[in-house]
Ligand binder design. Sequence first.
Ligand SMILES: Cc1cc2nc3c(=O)[nH]c(=O)nc-3n(C[C@H](O)[C@H](O)[C@H](O)COP(=O)(O)O)c2cc1C
Length: 321
Amino acid sequence: MNSFGYRFRITLFGESHGPLIGVVIDGIPPGLPLSQGDFVQDLNRRKSGQPGTTPRYEEDLPLIKAGLYRGKCTGAPLVILFENRDFSSKDYEPFTDIPRPGHADFTAKVKYKGYNDSRGGGMFSGRLTTALVAAGVVAKKIIAPVNVSASLLEAGGSEKIEETVRQAVEAGDSVGGLIECLADQVPAGLGNPFFDSLESLLAHAVFSIPGIKGIEFGSGFHSAEMRGSEHNDCLKDKEGHTLTNHSGGVNGGITNGNPLLFRVAVKPTPTITLPQETVNIATSRMEMLRGTGRHDACFALRVPVIVEAMTAVVLADYLLP
Ligand SMILES: Cc1cc2nc3c(=O)[nH]c(=O)nc-3n(C[C@H](O)[C@H](O)[C@H](O)COP(=O)(O)O)c2cc1C
């Protein structure tokens, strides 16, 4: 549904063009210090502004409405809201009858029987990831000294990110990207052998971010081409540190004391200004659709901090007593 986690549990709500979005976070240890200022750095990393991102500008001021008293978390659910101010819903009207290829316009309509708030992609908008980043800020405090950092390695298959994004913008098209995430100082022993393996919960969390199409741990898909003698990570001490990290820090679904390492594939933005032929579901006729409204030509630019947030949320769940 719209909640994730066991001991550290987040619940997401709101729509892109509704009055607000937000998150309820349950399981925060009482006494954890928290202020609005703690959110600034990570929220700024998700904000639009750089070339290839949407001109929609939101202030992203976290309004902490419950669970905080005199600068400390109380242990009751923490409620954080973000107001939506900069939106233009009329740009999205064509997508009611002509669902955008690659977006969730069609699936949302089917699942919610047409009652969904489709303005600006509704709940399927990247806007909601603001609340995920806020949850990540709290989770990062809980998991310290474990440190999570993610960065964009490539856009559209090229390390020349700026140039590739600029070319996509000029063409009225979009590009995706490849993100690498590393968590260090992760203690050995977190995870489970089967259903709640660390990889499966991380994949669950990361695939909850809109537009993610792949995740691979360590040498990932390349492992299929390697020999055991090449892939095996030989131990160099009794703490379990290894000479290589083809496993990405996980064996048997359990952290092995080496850095957690994974890569995430982000797809190209569905909304593009280039015309595409697709069906009008009101008339059953094929029509040319040109993406209107403001959109990111490469939303992957904004995703690293969201991947960090979801990683921290998973690790907080395991690290809380
Ligand atoms: C930060 C962020 C910003 C996004 N911006 C846009 C956008 O401007 N236009 C768009 O069509 N999709 C955008 N997306 C992607 C859609 O939200 C996503 O493709 C859509 O919900 C369909 O989900 P799926 O790609 O997981 O199938 C964005 C995603 C994120 C995480």
